[in-house]
Design a protein around this ligand. Structure first.
Ligand code: HOC
Length: 358
């Protein structure tokens, strides 16, 4: 009999059983001892809520906006690489699922479908593009112009990968993208580059010398809003605002980069306090239930993003699996809202958090 999927960890179990060991290890990876990866989840479990009662929750509305665009609920898909490893249609399936659920899909630079294929598969989807800065700025510039032309609505600059974190199992497995899959957005560019590789793509292509001045460079070549992903401190949040970015994703890259950094939900408050509503703040890492979403919003996130759970959904049933993951989170979030006395996302605020227990 088919397994009934009740919660996100059911998809995790399925993915672990059905993906190849190397693929599973790649997605599951954290850096070094995986302290930060694991704390991303544990930190949510430490937070306690202060539910309000008798507030007529017979009708509830989970809609919100990000960068001025309405989405059906405050959960989007974080960028993760190589979706064709999890499901043969790859990012095309992810794009269709997010279009169907009317939420935001941040497409990874390291997609195994091209941005053109993704847009063609889900022409009405709301999408942002995750970007790296390459030593060869022309590479970054070309992809920026491409995604702008395709109707992507924001650029999400990932700033926490001057070098790739040390993920032990990937080293042991000598993990690399299998030859039948390609980083399609750089077809004909990367493939022709000889030299050392990392994950089957040319190594040393990302520029470890990037600094705040590159934010201005990026703004000078695009009309799209720039969102910085990978901020964990109030100091950097202030610099981000000063540099005129339109959003911050509080993120530790799923614990795959610096091990020992804070859980992203633990870093959120100081950033929200610093930003004081000047730009939108989002968070990713460790969201597994609807009450996690509620907690993140109560602490000031405008929206959350899920990475690994979307990949597990893909591994389960492609588009349908990602839809199920999103639908379960939507249902759980709606229920948690109602059980805490919130009828819409505007009613979710810090009073919901029991700070004495933190
Ligand atoms: C060649 C560099 O986001 C991950 C990716 C990191 C990509 C860096 C690849 O696996 O976390």
């Amino acid at each position: 009999a088919e397994m009934a999927m009740v919660c996100l960890t059911d998809f995790e179990e399925y993915a672990k059983e059905h993906l190849s060991k190397a693929t599973w290890d790649y997605y599951a990876a954290g850096a070094d001892e995986c302290c930060t990866r694991d704390d991303n989840l544990l930190a949510y479990k430490r937070i306690r809520l202060r539910p309000r009662i008798l507030r007529d929750v017979s009708v509830s509305d989970t809609r919100t906006t990000v960068q001025g665009t309405e989405i059906s609920f405050p959960v989007g898909i974080a960028p993760t690489a190589f979706h064709c490893l999890a499901w043969h249609e790859g990012e095309v399936a992810t794009a269709r699922a997010t279009e169907a659920l009317n939420t935001c899909y941040i497409t990874s630079t390291y997609s195994t479908c091209s941005v053109e294929e993704i847009v063609a598969a889900a022409p009405n989807g709301y999408r942002w593009f995750q970007l790296y800065v390459y030593r060869d700025r022309k590479l970054s510039e070309q992809i920026v112009h491409r995604v702008e032309g395709l109707g992507y609505k924001a650029l999400v600059l990932t700033v926490d990968v001057p070098y790739t974190g040390k993920r032990r199992n990937d080293i042991r497995n000598q993990f690399k993208l299998p030859p039948h899959l390609k980083v399609k957005n750089f077809d004909g560019v990367f493939q022709e580059t000889a030299g050392p590789e990392e994950y089957g793509i040319p190594a040393n292509t990302l520029d470890p010398s990037i600094s705040w001045k590159d934010i201005h460079w990026l703004q000078s070549i695009t009309r799209l809003p720039v969102i910085i992903k990978g901020i964990l401190t109030k100091e950097d949040a202030e610099l981000a605002v000063e540099h005129g970015v339109q959003g911050i994703i509080v993120s530790n890259h799923g614990g795959r980069q610096l091990d020992g950094g804070p859980a992203s939900i633990d870093a959120l408050s100081e950033i929200v306090d610093t930003v004081q509503g000047r730009i939108e703040v989002y968070v990713d890492g460790g969201i597994r239930t609807g009450s996690d979403v509620l907690k993140a919003l109560a602490l000031g996130a405008k929206c959350v993003f899920i990475g690994r759970p979307a990949v597990w959904g893909l591994a389960y049933k492609g588009e349908e699996g990602v839809r199920e993951v999103l639908q379960i989170l939507n249902d759980e979030f709606r229920l948690s809202m109602a059980l805490s006395g919130c009828r819409n996302v505007a009613e979710i605020n810090r009073n919901l958090i029991q700070f004495s227990k933190l």
